[in-house]
Design a protein around this ligand. Structure first.
Ligand code: ZN
Length: 163
């Protein structure tokens, strides 16, 4: 029993140290731009924020990474405005350096955005049509995809599960 407890404790400590280690990696990965990443969309605007990422700040110089040349160009073009915006958020930046960069994070951000863009429940993109089953006005994308609205679809899925 005592041995059992000991085993348990070791496992707990090990989990804790793994957690601490992960936290450390996370903070070193975000570096000193952790706070900036949180405000990034507001500071840079959605378009720029989705395509360029702050990498680090050193001696008031902010390094920004972008994978596509056109976004590096856009950054270059909007440099002064961006510095201005950064300052208004309390980041004392005097220069911006632009670098080629392929961040994993950005890829997932972009695909999340794409998924939402294509999501059938979006009425702003696809419009509204009456569901052929319940006659309730529903997102056209849902009816096109499933032949019914998401409520009818859920009902159907539930029935199928019972069988
Ligand atoms: Zn329906």
């Amino acid at each position: 029993m005592i041995l059992e407890n000991l085993k348990h404790k070791t496992k707990e400590t090990r989990e804790q140290s793994i957690y601490a280690c992960l936290e450390e990696i996370k903070s070193s990965w975000k570096g000193n731009v952790g706070g900036l990443i949180q405000d990034w969309i507001e500071i840079a605007g959605e378009q720029l924020a989705f395509n360029c990422t702050p990498l680090n700040i050193q001696n008031k110089v902010l390094t920004i990474g972008a994978s596509h040349p056109q976004w590096r160009q856009a950054l270059q073009y909007n440099r002064l405005e961006l510095i201005e915006s950064l300052r208004s958020y309390g980041y004392q930046i005097k220069e911006i350096r632009i670098r080629q960069h392929y961040p994993i994070d950005l890829v997932s951000l972009e695909s999340e955005k794409e998924i939402w863009e294509k999501h059938p429940s979006r009425t702003d993109k696809t419009g509204i049509i009456d569901c052929p089953f319940c006659k309730v006005p529903s997102p056209k994308g849902e009816v096109r995809l499933w032949g019914k609205c998401s409520f009818c679809r859920r009902k159907e899925l539930r029935i199928n599960l019972k069988i």
